[in-house]
Write a protein that binds this ligand. Structure first.
Ligand SMILES: NC(=O)c1ccc[n+]([C@@H]2O[C@H](COP(=O)([O-])OP(=O)(O)OC[C@H]3O[C@@H](n4cnc5c(N)ncnc54)[C@H](O)[C@@H]3O)[C@@H](O)[C@H]2O)c1
Length: 351
């Protein structure tokens, strides 16, 4: 059964996307990585709007639990397969390639698989797109393609080429995404495929991977866990490093808008919230909203997290506003309240 916050949020997102209904109803969406955090929300909204979803996921980090309520619906099919070699003869209208190993400890543990999901996965999906008469192709890239943007380029616009180490502990993810973007560009140029790229900034919400221990985006759920157990909040470094947190319903609305808006093939758009928040401030907010007795405790970060980790991250959102008329709506405090409520229920902590 769906948590009531998730159920309400799906309805609200479907309502916000109403103008796209004719482009969704009865259409088939192939979603790789659909059993993951963002993917499962994407599948939910597509099904709620009477789209048909084929969800392909190898369950390397995603879980069947996040889509179990959809299994059995005539508009949803789950295939436990790898995006790198998945093939189908079904008629597909849209392809969304989200499959990735997205958290730093996981992609550093599985570096080759991480490169493969982006590089071999995107090539396979682009070839499938070429063989089908698709209406749209969305690749979920990342703010990590910008690397460590200098202060004067924060918030970061899409035309910043990035500042990335190609031979370091984040290269398998960052360069994998950059190579996948280059594949998208090349297939767009050569075969005129209807490709759009979302550069996603840190996203959070109910169903975010509870097991995840990555440093910032998903540190949010670790902080929630620690706050609800009145444990010290493990803030790495001096806590002044920043991220910009986008609530999941805003993210999903942005992704659908980018996939379905008319006349923007070949565009790369930041999808995220431009309210920059320090990690220390995030920990304080969570403590307050959870009415917790926890205190932030500064920690030296583990090696995998500190090397090449961007100090600040914030999206420039003018392009999304102009092309998609899209602006995130959910304030951080409201989103945190939802996540804390959902997490309490998920792990059974009395309010
Ligand atoms: N969550 C964020 O803040 C964020 C930020 C930037 C970019 N992104 C991108 O958004 C997408 C979704 O991220 P998420 O947070 O939902 O991550 P997630 O780990 O929850 O989901 C990724 C899914 O991909 C699946 N997967 C991995 N390799 C696969 C393969 N080879 N074949 C099939 N399935 C495979 C995993 O099992 C998982 O279900 C990813 O492409 C990620 O890089 C996310």
């Amino acid at each position: 059964m769906l948590h009531k916050t998730i159920e309400e949020d799906i309805k609200k997102t479907a309502e916000a996307l109403k103008k796209f209904e004719p482009k969704i109803q009865g259409k088939t969406f192939l979603v790789t990585g659909g059993a993951g955090f963002i993917g499962s929300w994407f599948c939910d909204v597509a099904v709620a709007m009477k789209g048909k979803v084929i969800c392909v996921d190898n369950l390397s980090s995603g879980s069947k639990e996040s889509i179990s309520h959809l299994i059995g619906s005539k508009n949803f099919a789950f295939l436990e397969q790898d995006a790198c070699n998945f093939s189908t003869k079904e008629n597909i209208d849209y392809i969304i390639h989200m499959a990735a190993i997205a958290s730093p400890p996981a992609y550093q543990k599985y570096p080759i698989e991480s490169l493969d999901a982006n590089i071999i996965g995107i090539r396979n999906m682009l070839e499938l797109a070429r063989a089908s008469k698709i209406k749209g192709f969305l690749f979920t890239s990342t703010s990590e393609v910008y690397g460590n943007a200098p202060d004067h380029l924060i918030p970061t616009e899409e035309n910043f080429y990035g500042c990335i180490n190609s031979f370091g502990p984040r290269a398998m993810y960052d360069e994998g995404k950059r190579a996948a973007e280059a594949y998208c560009y090349s297939y767009f140029q050569k075969y005129k495929l209807p490709i759009r790229i979302a550069r996603i900034f840190n996203t959070y919400g109910p169903r975010i991977d509870i097991k995840s221990t990555s440093q910032y985006g998903r540190a949010l759920i670790k902080f929630v866990h620690q706050a609800l157990h009145n444990e010290p909040i493990t803030v790495y470094g001096d806590g002044k490093q920043t991220r910009s947190f986008c609530y999941i319903t805003d993210q999903v609305e942005g992704l659908f808008s980018l996939l379905l808006a008319a006349g923007i093939d070949g565009e790369v758009v930041n999808i995220g919230n431009n309210r920059e928040t320090s990690i220390h401030e995030l920990s304080q907010k969570i403590i307050k909203i959870a009415s917790s007795l926890s205190k932030p405790a500064l920690h030296h970060p583990p090696h995998y997290d500190i090397k090449d980790d961007p100090r600040r991250r914030c999206p420039h959102t003018a392009k999304a506003e102009k092309l998609l008329s899209f602006t995130p709506k959910v304030p951080l405090e409201e989103g945190l309240k939802n996540v804390i409520g959902w997490y309490r229920d998920a792990v059974g902590i009395a309010p």
